[in-house]
Ligand binder design. Structure first.
Ligand code: PLP
Length: 400
């Protein structure tokens, strides 16, 4: 058989996708599975987005779009950045793609030379390291300890910088921990980055609107304008507006970088589906109240699960103020045995035993670069969460 490219050799299949598939397989066998692994909202896409897509289709907006985004969408994104983040981006500094994931992919492909290093505060979203490797770069994890709210110490970031460092990636509220960077956290990171003018900074703000307890969202170009020329501010409609299937991500950034990304975009895509673009204009320009309403529902779910898990001996969890994940420490169970006689030597063992013995699907911390933890997504109904917590509690009670 002909060969597959070498560049794919180090690129892993996402563990959360693998776990979700495991859940589907069990469900297909008739097992009642509690799925707490997926990273997508369970709310429907807003009605006005669907109406706008339908109207666009009826009006014949079904031809090739401008690759970087329609003028209407790029203008709506510019207004969004101004309204929500006090960031001024000219329309030509804005580009769209098939999800924040593709935006990040295009940014890395447009800038990374073989051997360039990308600093990734870890635990981190599974895809960052693989995208960097795909582009020929080297991911450099910087450990963010639980004791520091899973945020990096600025001195550790500084220590990871070398002459090969090309990017620093930031993601707050973060996947998988739900950690939120305060203004002071970002200013401290900015202090480090100001000393290194040759490094780009990508901030993935996809969970911007999933933020609780009255905490304010900040993004780094907003708090330190002297970094504006080196920051790529990435966002999208997937998480905020429950539009994961529509595939739209966007970013604002310095013109040279955007031009290079546009070049990548023209070669690897024909632009985002026109109907999606119409729907995105509708949600970005439409009423924003649903963001607060949905955030309040997520907060209630977070509080419920936290309270239930706090009552389980052996589990320890910090209280995240954003996104829809809990990242739970299971150090107390390592080296122990489940009721069915399985030995738990790692978080992967814990997660697998939880699926097979109690049919609850989560993802092991190792997939995000730190152990022993598991990630639980509370983007699901209260009934599912209740059942999930019952089963997790029963599973943990059986470990000895
Ligand atoms: N960034 C982070 C941190 C995520 O967790 C995800 C999805 O799980 C994405 C980006 C993907 O966003 P999109 O659906 O816009 O590609």
């Amino acid at each position: 058989m002909p060969d597959i490219a070498d560049r794919l050799k180090n690129v892993a299949v996402s563990a959360s996708v693998a776990m979700t598939q495991k859940a589907r397989d069990l469900a297909a066998q008739g097992v009642r599975v509690v799925g707490l692994s997926t990273g997508e909202p369970d709310f429907p896409t807003p009605e006005h987005a669907i109406e706008a897509a339908y109207a666009a289709a009826r009006a014949g907006d079904t031809r090739y779009p401008p690759t970087d985004g329609t003028p209407a969408l790029r203008a709506a994104i510019a207004r969004k950045f101004k309204r929500d983040n006090q960031l001024e981006y000219d329309v030509c500094q804005i580009i769209t793609a098939g999800g924040a994931k593709q935006i990040i992919f295009n940014a890395m492909l447009a800038t990374i030379n073989p051997g360039d290093e990308v600093i990734i505060p870890t635990p981190s979203w599974i895809s960052y390291a693989d995208i960097v490797k795909f582009a020929g770069g080297i991911p450099v994890p910087v450990l963010c300890p639980q004791s520091n709210g899973f945020k990096p110490y600025p001195a550790d970031l500084a220590a990871a910088i070398t002459p090969k460092t090309k990017w620093l990636l930031l993601n707050y509220p973060g996947n998988p921990t739900g950690s939120v960077a305060t203004r002071a956290d970002l200013l401290a990171i900015a202090q480090v980055m100001l000393r290194y003018p040759g490094i780009w900074i990508l901030t993935d703000d996809i969970y911007e609107h999933l933020i609780y307890d009255g905490v304010t969202f900040y993004t780094i170009a907003q708090v330190e304008p002297r970094l504006y020329d080196r920051v790529l501010t990435v966002n999208g409609v997937s998480k905020a507006y429950s539009m994961t299937g529509w595939r739209l991500g966007f970013c604002g950034g310095p013109q040279d970088l955007i031009n290079a990304m546009s070049n990548v975009n023209t070669q690897n895509s024909g632009g985002v589906c026109t109907l999606t673009q119409a729907a995105a204009v509708a949600v970005l320009e439409g009423p924003q109240d649903l963001l607060r309403e949905r955030a309040e529902i997520y907060r209630q779910r977070r509080d419920y699960v936290l309270e239930r898990l706090a009552a389980v001996n052996g589990l320890s969890c910090h209280k995240p103020q954003g996104a829809f994940y809990l990242f739970i420490n299971i150090a107390a169970f390592i080296g122990k045995t489940t009721r069915n006689g399985r030995r738990i030597t790692s978080d992967a063992d814990f997660v697998l035993a939880l699926i097979e013995e109690h049919h609850v699907v989560t993802v092991q911390g190792a997939a995000y670069g730190i152990s022993p933890f598991f990630r639980l997504s509370y983007a699901t109904s209260m009934a599912m969460l209740q059942e999930g917590c019952d089963r997790i509690a029963a599973f943990c009670r059986g470990i000895h």
